[in-house]
Design a protein around this ligand. Sequence first.
Ligand SMILES: Nc1nc2c(ncn2[C@@H]2O[C@H](COP(=O)(O)OP(=O)(O)OP(=O)(O)O)[C@@H](O)[C@H]2O)c(=O)[nH]1
Ligand SMILES: [Mg+2]
Length: 400
Amino acid sequence: METRTFKASSMAEALHLTKANLGADAMIISARHLNNAKREVEVTAVSTLAPEPKGKADKPDKQDSKKQAKKSSDDIMDTEIVSKMMEDHLAPFYEEFTSLRRMVRELKQLTNDTVLPGFGELKHILNDYSEGQESSRMLGPLYSELVEKGVLPQYAKGYIRACEMELGLQNLGQRDWLTLARGLLRQIIVRETTVAGPLVPGNGSRIFAFCGPSGVGKTTTMAKLASRMSLSEGMNVVMALTDTYCVGAVEQSRRYAELIGVPMVVADRPEKFLSMLKAYSSADVILVDTPGRVYESDEALNSLADILAMASEPVETSLHVPAAYSPAHIKAIAKRFAPLNPSRVIITKVDESVQTGSILNILHATSLPAAYLTTGSRVPEDIEVAVAERIARYILGSDN
Ligand SMILES: Nc1nc2c(ncn2[C@@H]2O[C@H](COP(=O)(O)OP(=O)(O)OP(=O)(O)O)[C@@H](O)[C@H]2O)c(=O)[nH]1
Ligand SMILES: [Mg+2]
């Protein structure tokens, strides 16, 4: 494509020059009378054809000049020709422009809150939608991977947006940008995953309570920790049970306590809990098992709150949530146990979860840092301290 500008004494001459140099299909992109002494005309045109050899048509020959001379007085007509040509070329753009203008006008009308008061909301939805479109266009494979792993779309979207922002537009063009993006996503998950570290007595806190719905692994987790703290770390550990309602609960705890070689105390009423605390005032750690039925019964919840309130020292409560639970279930659990003020979450049965992305759902829905992940029913083996890098690995695998 060649763009050239021609000056001539008349429009006819300028057009002739244009055609001669750029071919009959030349597209005029501008034509104007110059404000100089000669009152010349300037035409700028583009052609997709190869220009004719130089010299031949740069200047009109004499014959042409004579022909032009006859017409040169009719500049108005020439201008009309140019206008017509420009109109023909610009017609499609004009239509588009007109329709765009109409759309803008209609949108302006929509933004008027008196016409459509809910437009603010609609605007956010539209923004969200278009941003979502962009995310799925550029980092779609990573977004899909997170969602397939069970991460709720709303959280997955957040991670992908953060990834997009950090990746920067310039990197999106790189050949290996998806690998780069995956590495970044891993870093973002690690950075945004809050962990609480293991339960360590100190700073006046030695009472650790374990709460959560029935069958989530509270007693098993407690036995795992009692075993590690007592046998590996040499701490003076006591196991307390506030649940005598559940059939077999006492026997299960007693069996574990005997195996580990630590005392097990039933403290299912406030006064019993208080006397247990007094009796074991010199213990390094008191691990408190609680009834799962707190999840369903207000009475059980209140009675547990009454028992724990007897302690004059701080009680650190950990909420147990299995990794395989649905997002709705996780939310309901977080809400139900909020009155007990859990300070950390223990994510159980990670080994049974098909979609490990739910670990992130648990962290988001509870807004609690993770203390441990349990990965099986073996005591004391199947438990690990929550580490952000390891959580990212559960979701994205170990490779990049
Ligand atoms: N696969 C798997 N099973 C586990 C895990 N933790 C516990 N379990 C099993 O889950 C079942 C319930 O565990 P418990 O520790 O009794 O659960 P709980 O929360 O104390 O239950 P309640 O006392 O009835 O409220 C037992 O069969 C455990 O062996 C785990 O991380 N993975
Ligand atoms: Mg139990």
